[in-house]
Design a protein. Sequence first.
Length: 577
Amino acid sequence: MGQRRQLAAIMFTDMIGYTALMSSDEVLAGKLRHRHREIIKQTHQDYHGEIIQYFGDGTLSVFNSTVDAVKCAITIQQELRKDPIVPLRIGLHSGELVWDENDVFGSAVNIASRLESFAAEGSILTSGRVTEELSNQPDFHFESLGAFQLKNVPQPMEVFAVANDGLIVPDAASLKGKGERIDEQSAEFDKDQTQIPISQSGVAVNDVLIDVICEDLARYSKDLDDELNKESLDIPAIKREIIDVFPTPIGEQLRVLFTRSNDPNQPGVMEYFNEIRLKQLISVSNISLRFVSYIMLSQLWDEKFHDRNVDISEKQIEVIKEYFSLNSSNFEAFDHAKLINTLSDVFHQSKTECFIEELKAFKISATFDQELASAHDFILQIQDNLIDKRIEGDKIEQSCIDAEEKLGIILKKLSFLVSYKLVTIKNIEIVKRRHEAARYKHKQIQLNRALTVASTGVAEIGIELDNFADNKSILFIKSNNKEINEYLNLTPFILDENALNGNSSSKIYLYIYHEKGSYHYEFMNNPSDKPLKVSEVNYPKVKNLFDRFWTETFNGEIELADQSGRNTRGSRFSRKR
């Protein structure tokens, strides 16, 4: 499958004194090692972590959510501090890692390992990156231990200990590990860890995009509004809030765009105005419009199921058929605006109320919204120019800046999406007690906030409701409370493979094309991975669901073919930046 990159929280654990204990008391050593592994397994299941490797007396694991990683580490230490005590140390860092088959590596993994080497028994050491990402989480407490020069890490780093109840905060001066503690007076470390390259016109990457979208998003997000109100801007926090407010298919693409390097001397590829960054800007736009297409197609299916009289003209059917006739060679070039506009016309002519009310005012047409249509046309033109290699090297920088502005306009017009919830339903259990009506426990994870479930009001362990939703599906929920009243099922257009397989974490796939009788899906976190194929052999129930979509929506009448002078926005971000 080749290499893929992922932003994640990385955890290393290690039993202290295990080798010596094996020499003196092999039975006790084996007992403690077994207890360590049992707690590790259970907590990783509870907090959606993935154990990558067991060492003789330690582990390496990763989490999609830094919140979950720290919660897991705290729980592990609290449990292992009970009799029989397992002397454990933990190191945590958040950054980009590289997957190669079943192995992971990269500077972020190296940093997490070095932090673990300095930790004392019963303690959890983290990097400044972790504390930044949890700065708006009042349940976590950290204490700075000063600056450390970690082995094979070029720049000194500030190291923190998690200071929640039941944890050990070690004496910084006594710590020994792979590296050394250094005099803070002489340490030249940058808490942001990355020096952002600046354009010739004095613009930093992402500044234009954030400037365009931040005020519209802040109307829906109090946390982002609070960040913008601060006297001094916290850029990582602002980026984090923007990523978190969008449904995860869009948020994950923004996360890639906002990626920073761990090495201040070597900024990452997304921190330069280059062709790779330009392609990612286009990808964010494409994924955003695809997500809207999934919403509208899902509603069309529901409307046709409940009312066969919803009329779809032959011309409209041809556009829909064109979309579902895409194959591996041409799906990337499809213009989703054409599909969105067609579905909008279907709803309008049948006087159907859009499930997402704001979609009534969303149409990518010059006669409907000149600003949106112009922004979309620019993105399409840039995409065509890249394919035909018509952008000269000295024009890449300005193309990136212009594309940021145009993408910002598209996301600004879609800012209403952040007021809805995207949820994956893992499982539904019937709860029936004597002399009481049956209730339904939904085990679910909210897919906003970058796959975290902290402070969302939706419990990953299950909530009981009087009604029930669709099992093993991804739902777009209109209600802002814990009840699932009005929702739109986006499956089979979006899948959670782990829900289908009964796993607790989420692995999201997006529909991309139909070919040779099978439906193909793109892995959300790494589109370059080999597509997931849904067929009669692989996930036949999902294929049956897609086949039903065709039968119930089109009465079986369609057969699929196999086949810079930028205007300032006056935002708080722009004024303070």
